[in-house]
Structures are given as C-alpha cells and as structure tokens.
Write a protein that binds this ligand. Structure first.
Ligand code: XIL
Length: 375
C-alpha cells in the first residue's frame, strides 16, 4: 500500500516537473535554446545595436531575445550628437539612460557610439569654423555625454570615420577647424572624463589596404601624442563575397600589432546585389531603387541562406582563431526586419543581413555560427 502511494506521488511529481519544463518560456518560444552570449562567453562579447523601440522594450519577443542572446549593447542612433545633443544647451538623455539601465539589468557591456562623427552631427557643431570654438564645443560635448555615463560605459567610439578610402584624413568640419590635432584632443578629453573606459577609433571598409595604412598612420600619431587609445573598431558592414577572409585576417593582425584591442562593431552580411561604385558604409551615399537590386522580396532563397551561413561560419571561425585579439563582436541590429541594410545604400529593399529573421527566429547563419562552438 505504502509503495503504491509512493509510486503515485512520484508520478505526480514527475508530471509537475515535466509541465514546468515544457512551459513555453521565452527561450522555447523563440525556438532556440542555446544562446550566443553563453556559447562565446570565453571568447569575446557578443553585442547588438538597439533602436529606440528596442531600448524602450516595446516588443516583448525582441526584449527577451536581446537579453538572452547578447551581452553587450550599443545605441544604433540615440547617442549620436544630432540626437543626444541637438543644440548647444539641449541634451536628450532619456532614451540613452534607459539603455544604460538595460545594460546593467542584464549584465551587458554598454558601448557608447559615438562622440566625434561628421555624420548625424548636430547642426550647431557642423557650422563651427573657428579652432578654439570647435575645441571648446567638442570638450563640452564629450564631458557632458561621456561624463553622464562614466562608470556605466565599458567602452566608447571616440572618433568615427575620420579616414577616407585612400588613407587620407577626411576633410571633415573637425579637420577643417582644428587640423589633425582634433583626433588626439578628442581621445585626451575622453580619457580625462572616463579613464576606465576603453577608447576606440571606429570605421568602415577597414580591410582595404590603402585605408588600413592610413588608419595605422593616424593611430600611431595619436599614440605618439601621449593620448590614450585602446582599440580599433572594424564596423564589418560586409557582403557575401567581400572582403576576403584573408583581408579581414591581415587587418585584425595589423591593428592588433599597434598594441590595441580589436572589435567588430557593426557586423552585418548584405545578401543583395548592390549598384556599382557603392561599397562600405558611407551613409551619405544612396542609389535609386530598381528591381534588379531587390530580388528577394518574397523570402530568402535556400541557396542564398546557405551561402550566408557558410560566410558567417568562415568569419566567426576567423574571429575564434584570433579571439586573443578580439574583444567584442557586435551585430548592427536585432533581426533582418529592423536592419538599416533594408534602406542602405538603396532605400526600401528587403535585405537579410543578420542571424535572426523577421519573426525573430534563428536563421541557418545562426546555426552555422553556433555549430563552431559545438564541434
Ligand atoms: C546607421 C543606422 O543604422 C541608421 O539607422 C541611420 O539611419 C544611419 O546610421 N556607420 C556607423 C553607424 O557608424 O552609426 C551607422 O548607423 C551605419 C554606418
């Protein structure tokens, strides 16, 4: 009799447990139980750029996905000067504050993007021509913005996109006003504000030989000035074919040889054909929408999904090979639907550059990346 009772009790307990296990929790609801952030925890941070809605946690599925899969966050737009500091004495800290809190809640490395950039620049800064006024303005901007998140930010993109494809310094409003001293000035100012944050130079097309040589020359000058610079960010807006794994590897090695950390800061793999003459991620470029540039409006074909999976696997295998040099790999967006690549360099396309599809489900590319850690 007692034994019978025990068996019945055990069965009831087992049933309760299994009901618990099968509860449609966020992980199972999203159809993927192993997470990127855990799989790569001993290698590098796995980051993601968040738009305003995602920072404000407007979509519960995406909120769960971000918390489960990533352990670093970057603001896709809300910390750029035109948004966070639109005029001299106006600062919009509300949404960035929420991102800082989100990072803390989920134990994520909060990366600041970006302090000094010629694009999405506040109009009051873009009209400055005097060198002292520019220095004072940059100082005030860096002190206010980096100062607000001091102790919360793990790292900062101090300067974004200062070098042209041919290795020359970009004729930006900063260069015109202050000459190349603006570079070391920005790094010194950021280091004085937040000495513990890693300070990065960040740019696109960082695998081109001429641009790479120009970046290295510039970084050496920043280092020689006595300024603190800790890392190089390679944005990683790449495509199915370019750049080659060898070009990426050479670049990682040469940047690391400067004594700096390397981060892949804005990774996405464009699967669409692009108009001639447009490569990289110069956001001032654009081309008109034509059908030939938008072939997959009804879904990602199987062969292209496989090609992308192989490409992501090759790239992540290289990252793992150089994990001692790589601090962080950040994806530029949560899922294919909200990627900026649907609108760049051609507006209004259907692109598929990330690891999660429009339903927030993992793609073949996700499985291929995860498979590298399961061998
Ligand atoms: C992009 C954002 O993703 C878009 O939403 C915005 O319209 C333009 O900027 N290099 C950078 C990023 O450093 O800040 C850019 O982000 C993409 C290129």
């Amino acid at each position: 009799m007692k034994l019978k009772l025990l068996i019945v009790l055990s069965a009831v307990l087992l049933a309760c447990n299994s009901t618990d296990d099968n509860k449609p929790g966020p992980v199972q609801g999203l159809g993927h139980s192993i997470k990127l952030r855990d799989a790569f925890k001993d290698d590098f941070y796995i980051g993601v750029a968040l738009n305003t809605g995602q920072i404000l946690e407007q979509d519960a599925v995406q909120t769960d996905l971000v918390a489960l899969q990533f352990n670093s966050v970057t603001a896709e737009n809300v910390m750029k000067s035109s948004q966070i500091h639109p005029s001299k004495d106006v600062y919009n800290f509300d949404t960035p504050d929420k991102l800082a809190a989100l990072a803390e809640k989920h134990d994520m490395a909060f990366h600041g993007h970006t302090l000094v950039w010629h694009s999405q620049l506040s109009s009051f800064i873009s009209s400055i021509t005097d060198s002292t006024e520019m220095a004072n303005t940059l100082k005030a901007h860096i002190e206010a913005v980096a100062g607000r998140y001091k102790g919360t930010t793990y790292s900062w993109d101090v300067v974004n996109e200062a070098v042209e494809w041919n290795g020359e310094l970009r004729e930006s409003v900063f260069l015109k006003a202050m000459g190349e001293d603006y570079l070391s000035f920005a790094f010194k100012t950021a280091a004085a504000v937040d000495p513990n944050a890693d300070l990065y130079y960040n740019d696109y097309s960082m695998t081109g030989a001429q641009k790479r040589a120009g970046v290295i020359k510039m970084v050496k000058k920043i280092q020689a000035s006595g300024a603190k610079i800790d890392g190089i960010g390679m944005q990683g807006h790449w495509s199915l074919e370019y750049p080659s794994i060898q070009e990426i590897e050479t670049s990682i090695l040469q940047y690391a040889a400067l004594g700096l950390k390397v981060a892949i800061t804005e990774l996405d793999i464009d699967v669409l054909p692009n108009p001639d003459g447009i490569s990289g991620a110069d956001i001032s470029q654009s081309a008109e929408l034509q059908d030939e540039y938008n072939p997959y409006v009804n879904g990602l074909p199987e062969d292209i999904a496989q090609k992308q999976a192989k490409r992501y696997a090759d790239i992540f295998a290289l990252f793992l090979k150089h994990k001692d040099k790589i601090d962080r790999v950040t994806f530029w967006g949560v899922n294919d639907g909200n990627s900026w690549k649907n609108n760049f360099p051609v507006n209004g396309r259907t692109n598929y550059p990330l690891l999660f599809d429009r339903e927030n489900l993992p793609k073949k590319a996700y499985d291929a990346v995860m498979a590298l850690k399961q061998e």
